[in-house]
Design a protein around this ligand. Structure first.
Ligand code: ARG
Length: 264
């Protein structure tokens, strides 16, 4: 059974601007954000049959809702994130404490090495793909590969709108994934095509609706509403697709996947 970590959006809002989607002039509507988050949670717990764990929201940490950035889970170990922007680094002790209290062995990188967890590190079958440039640093990949004793396939991100790997790449079943090609350089595209048999190309309009920021649990895919072409591609491959309106989270540069962290 899939287990996902989420954080209720009690203190979620746009308090600062650290990616091109965020503007303090375009605030979120708290009650709508709350309803959209509950809808996402209910689809994950209902049709997707995922078990959910919740971390308590904290005032002053509006982006704590994006639990994908807590760390990278490998078995019962977690490589804790080191956030690039100080406005998010207050989340580190909160996540550290939660993982320790829930039986995870917390592994930490040196203090000056940026790494933003499952936002930039995704397993596709046995392959571990890690993004770098806007948030995580490439030197984190080397350290993590050594810590975990496994190979990492590094991918440079080239478009600031797709600043985390999970905004432009989404593993599905083993050997299958979707990606937005223009968010990578030639080398990155080659690494992906060489290592994944069935790579679904996401169109620019769907990518801008955060279509790659989807949660896949077995044959169910939960993605932000409005990704018309992608829904067809996924249904054609036998997935059950659940679009959820996440407009208030797109304003912060996040969607379904960022709001969850797979713990199993
Ligand atoms: N506002 C957050 C940030 O810029 C959004 C994080 C989205 N998380 C993700 N895994 N893509 O850090």
């Amino acid at each position: 059974m899939a287990t996902l970590l989420m954080c209720p959006p009690t203190h979620y809002r746009i308090e600062y601007e650290i990616n091109p989607w965020m503007s303090r002039l375009r605030g979120t509507e708290a009650s709508l954000a709350e309803a959209q988050w509950r809808h996402l949670r209910d689809v994950l717990a209902g049709p997707c049959e995922a078990a959910l764990e919740l971390i308590e929201p904290r005032p002053g940490l509006p982006d704590l809702v994006f639990t994908a950035n807590a760390g990278l889970i490998v078995g019962r170990r977690v490589v804790l994130s080191r956030f690039r922007f100080p406005v998010r680094s207050g989340e580190e002790p909160v996540f550290r404490e939660w993982f320790a209290a829930h039986g995870f062995k917390v592994v930490e990188l040196p203090e000056d090495v940026f790494f933003e967890g499952a936002g930039d590190a995704l397993f596709c079958g046995e392959h571990l793909f890690c993004g770098y440039h806007f948030r995580s640093e490439i030197r984190s990949h080397d350290l993590i590969a050594r810590l975990l004793g496994r190979r990492i396939l590094s991918l440079q991100l080239t478009d600031p709108r797709f600043y985390h790997l999970d905004t432009c790449f989404c593993p599905l079943k083993a050997g299958q994934a979707m990606y937005y090609p223009a968010a990578f350089d030639d080398y990155g595209r080659r690494v992906l095509t060489a290592n994944i048999d069935d790579l679904i190309e996401v169109t620019e309009p769907d990518a801008l609706q955060f279509g790659c920021n989807a949660v896949c649990v077995d044959d169910q895919v939960v993605l932000p509403a409005g990704c018309t072409q992608l829904v067809g591609e996924l249904c054609g491959r036998g997935y059950r697709v659940h679009p959820v309106n996440l407009s208030e989270y797109l304003k912060s540069g996040g969607a379904a996947k960022c709001l969850t962290l797979r713990l199993d």
